[in-house]
Ligand binder design. Structure first.
Ligand code: ADP
Ligand code: MG
Ligand code: MG
Length: 878
């Protein structure tokens, strides 16, 4: 389909690039004429196991004839030869993953006539050698490095540093040498017939859909393998035809910060692929000739008002005339995504709802990421371009394959002279990337931004050793493979060692976006917080309550641990009570602080779920200690004390502590524990009330219930303790007593439990463990990766809730619980509470709120809004 005829076509048929070219043509932008071979053809090609569909080449010939009429040039003609590019273009942009061949139609005859007709023979031969090189590599399978070697030799011989310095004669002889490489490596001549070139190029592009790096990329981004690529055939324009020519990449807004200002990079006298490949470091938009720059501003405005999103576009200037060659929705950092969405809603380009839908919740993770501590005094060892913000530290790895291998086990920084699409695996595996060459739109920069990983590119202050085992900085410092470095993609700085980092804060635009999201979502977002500081942070991030305050975490402080130990060591209730009540003041002050931080909002306090063994030394340690004591002839009484501890440790030791004497089971045996905790909770609430402060809405939660009987007994203990405190204080404070649902049996008997319980909160970590019968600590590294690889599990059920199994229990418990108690409040406080996919599920299951770690609260707010929007669209369409 010719660009001007395919108007209104869709991306899946035309591919992203073809779609963009067609739309730009209809907008009246200067697009060199061409046509699209649709993805249907690619699908047929694969359906027929790699055979070009019948009639395709005839069809192409007739389109070429149309192009010839349109341009007044002839394909293969000597007079005014028509030259073409053959460009891949999938429905989803996969930058640099597939192949494109430029300058098709040049051969020994056309190159001569073109060179003699042209004022600039240098560029004609430069184009020819590029064709032989690209075509040889992509369409004929020659090894690319041989070409680079020849170029390097020629440059050395001529005493120049860049190809630009080579004379027409030298370039002509390079082209000849390239043809010999092709012949030697593939056994075939570089084809002189332009139509043969064209047919082979089309097939090569179709094949490139299934090359390894494209497959890797699709896997990472969950792009379906059967979409196929379109093939775009387009008249060439030449950015390498002299000083008034050049190629560049433009962004309608800054892809790194989101600032509403044309941003881009430009390489004078170069063909487009030089910019992306990062071979030479380009100049900024401000260096572009003012007349062209003005035209680019107009292009940017037209593109945005049409596509209603930030565009990333390619352009080429040939002898002072501007052409646009590609446009697509630009990849951007999380920071830019938020700013652009909010600004565009503000400008009226999109609706507020659309602005919320535009930002993927997971993207916020990068914003909520750590950055370098401003107070850190480390001095950078090098500075490059700040290509993708955020800071990362890790061990230096130079090789992509190695990065892919070791990156799973430790934090690494991939360091490359420049990255190519082959490096995608290494990028996936690393914390961040550092390159020696390339600009803000180089491959490494674009891909890192898309992945939300920090990147410093074009860092010419480092020199990577040719054997690739170390790099040297300007000052001569050597950084070896395995050394730790820190990169700061926000400033472009590189540091030796690991620099201290700090927690992030929300930008103005993020607050606006989240406010809009709050207006859309139905699901409440609460946070898990165990300390007053965490509670304050959660509130700052927008949490509407605390869904899980784990009291055992409060015992970890060094001054409390010995008391906890004494309590555990106690052999009878009286001694236990004595030690237990020593903890009372600590608990009281903790609760006071947390309730104060959350004033007016609900706080769910979960009573002790204490794995006893975690608070005692191991028997191995004790045995060693005893040995030492005996050798040193320590007094017998001290030895006895340790012996007694050892005996108790042995007594308490469990084969399977996860399923052992923990949670409410411990409280059924030692009810005084919950009694003390309840008293502390209620005392805190009473004191605040008496001081005229607004306390929290108190919700007391019992963990690990499997039977209504457990709940009934403990509720009795809790109520007695609470009423005792209230009676003594002479005031009243409202409180609720509810349960966690974190064992399958609790879910199965939800109706029974709901009769007694004021609320439910799903503990999906334990519920996942017990439903699968998987011990999380043991299985995550051992076999889950294998299960995912084999497709037995789509992902770890600990990362995203297993909707068909665990989810079924959740839905059932909600339904049966609410049958008994219509207004039963139901939340979830496992780590799934912060996972967008799980949030969508919980929203659908009718939960009242999700509770997640404070840092994920913004993600959850946005994800909950997405869930509501998704429900709304289904409601409209069905
Ligand atoms: P990719 O998908 O890797 O971006 P493209 O098809 O966009 O591949 O092409 C690679 C480079 O070649 C780009 O810089 C593009 O601008 C340039 N290019 C493609 N077609 C033409 C053309 N007809 N004239 C001039 N440059 C072109
Ligand atoms: Mg491109
Ligand atoms: Mg639990």
């Amino acid at each position: 389909m010719l660009f001007q005829e395919a108007r209104g076509g869709d991306k899946f048929l035309l591919g992203g690039k073809g779609y963009g070219l067609v739309e730009m043509t209809s907008l009246g932008l200067p697009v060199p004429p061409g046509f699209v071979i649709t993805t249907e053809v690619c699908k047929q090609y694969y359906a027929e196991k790699g055979k070009v569909p019948k009639g395709l080449f005839e069809d192409i010939r007739s389109k070429i004839a149309a192009l010839e009429r349109q341009t007044g040039k002839r394909f293969g003609g000597e007079e005014k030869p028509l030259l073409l590019s053959v460009r891949s273009g999938a429905p989803f942009s996969m930058p640099g993953m597939m192949d494109t061949i430029l300058n098709l139609g040049l051969n020994d005859r056309t190159v001569k006539s073109l060179a003699s007709a042209s004022k600039n023979p240098r560029f004609v031969y430069d184009s020819y050698r590029r064709l032989v090189q690209m075509f040889g590599k992509v369409a004929m399978g020659a090894d690319g490095s041989a070409f680079e070697k020849i170029l390097e030799e020629r440059r050395k011989k001529a005493g120049v540093t860049a190809d630009i310095g080579l004379s027409p004669e030298e370039l002509q002889s390079v082209a000849e040498a390239f043809k010999r490489v092709v012949k030697a490596q593939t056994g075939r001549d570089f084809p002189q017939d332009p139509f043969v070139q064209l047919e082979m190029a089309v097939e090569a592009v179709l094949r490139s859909w299934n090359n390894n790096r494209a497959k890797e990329y699709r896997k990472f981004y969950h792009i379906a393998d059967d979409l196929g690529t379109a093939v775009n055939i387009q008249t060439m324009v030449f950015g390498n035809s002299g000083e008034k020519s050049g190629s560049g990449v433009g962004f309608t807004r800054n892809p790194s910060t989101g600032e509403n200002k044309l941003f881009g990079e430009y390489l004078p006298n170069a063909q487009g692929e030089d910019v992306v490949a990062g071979v030479r470091t380009p100049v900024g938009m401000d260096k572009v000739e003012p007349g062209i720059r003005k035209q680019l501003e107009v292009v940017a405005t037209k593109l945005e008002s049409h596509f209603k999103d930030m565009q990333d576009f390619e352009f080429t200037v040939e002898d002072g005339t501007l052409y646009t060659l590609q446009t697509r929705n630009g990849k951007r950092t999380a920071q830019a995504a938020v700013k652009i969405a909010v600004d565009m809603a503000d400008e009226g380009l999109i609706s507020p709802e659309e602005s919320v839908a535009r930002v993927e919740p997971e993207m916020l993770e990068a914003l909520l990421h750590r950055r370098l501590d401003p107070a850190a005094t480390d001095k950078p060892i090098a500075k490059g371009l700040d290509a993708s913000p955020g800071a990362a530290a890790g061990e230096v790895v130079f090789d992509t394959e190695e990065a892919a291998k070791v990156g799973a086990g430790k934090r690494i920084i991939l360091v490359r002279s420049e990255t190519t699409p082959e490096d995608i695996k290494g990028l996936i595996a690393s914390q961040g990337v550092l390159t020696q060459r390339g600009g803000m739109t180089s491959h490494a920069a674009v891909v890192a931004r898309g992945m939300g990983k920090p990147a410093v590119v074009g860092c010419s202050e480092i020199e990577i050793a040719s054997d690739g085992d170390y790099f040297t900085t300007k000052s001569g410092q050597k950084i070896r493979k395995g050394d730790t470095i820190t990169i700061d993609g926000t400033t472009g700085n590189v540091y030796s060692g690991e620099v201290r980092m700090v927690d992030p804060e929300a930008s103005k635009e993020l607050s606006v976006l989240l406010k809009t999201a709050d207006g859309i979502r139905k699901l409440g977002v609460w946070a898990n917080a165990d300390t007053p500081e965490a509670a304050t942070r959660a509130r700052d991030f927008g949490a509407e309550g605390i869904g899980l305050c784990r009291t055992e975490r409060m015992f970890n402080a060094p001054n409390r641990l010995p008391i906890v130990r004494e309590m555990i060591m106690s052999r009878d209730e009286e001694t236990r009570r004595k030690h237990l009540y020593k903890l009372f003041p600590f608990q009281l002050s903790d609760f006071r602080a947390i309730f104060t931080a959350m004033s007016g909002k609900p706080v769910v306090v979960r009573l002790l779920d204490l794995p006893l063994h975690e608070f005692l030394p191991t028997s191995e340690d004790l045995i060693i200690e005893l040995q030492g004591m005996r050798e040193k002839h320590v007094p017998a009484s001290e030895i006895e004390a340790i012996e007694e501890m050892l005996a108790r440790v042995r007594q308490l030791s469990e084969h399977n502590p996860m399923l052992g004497h923990r949670g409410c089971r411990l409280a059924v045996t030692y009810p005084e524990i919950y009694e003390m905790q309840t008293k502390a909770i209620m005392q805190a609430a009473v004191e605040l009330k008496k001081e005229g402060k607004k306390g929290a809405l108190v919700k007391i939660m019992i963990p690990l219930v499997a039977d209504a009987g457990e709940f009934r007994f403990l509720r009795g203990v809790i109520t007695a303790a609470a009423e005792g405190v209230l009676k003594e204080s002479g005031t009243t404070v409202a409180y609720q007593v509810g349960t966690m649902i974190e064992t399958p049996r609790a879910a199965l008997t939800a109706a029974e439990i709901a009769k007694l319980s004021d609320f439910f909160s799903f503990g999906t970590n334990d519920l996942t463990q017990t439903t699968f019968g998987f011990s999380r600590d043991d299985v995550e590294a051992k076999f889950i990766p294998r299960y995912i690889q084999m497709g037995i599990l789509p992902q770890s059920p600990f990362d995203s809730v297993d909707t068909s199994g665990v989810g079924k229990l959740v839905k059932m418990a909600v339904r049966e619980g609410r049958e008994v108690k219509q207004e039963l409040e139901v939340g979830i406080c496992g780590e799934h509470g912060g996972d967008p996919k799980s949030i969508a599920f919980f929203s659908e299951a009718g939960l009242n709120y999700v509770s997640c770690s404070a840092f994920r609260v913004p993600i959850a707010r946005l994800a909950a809004a997405h869930a509501a929007l998704a429900r709304k669209t289904t409601a409209v369409t069905t």
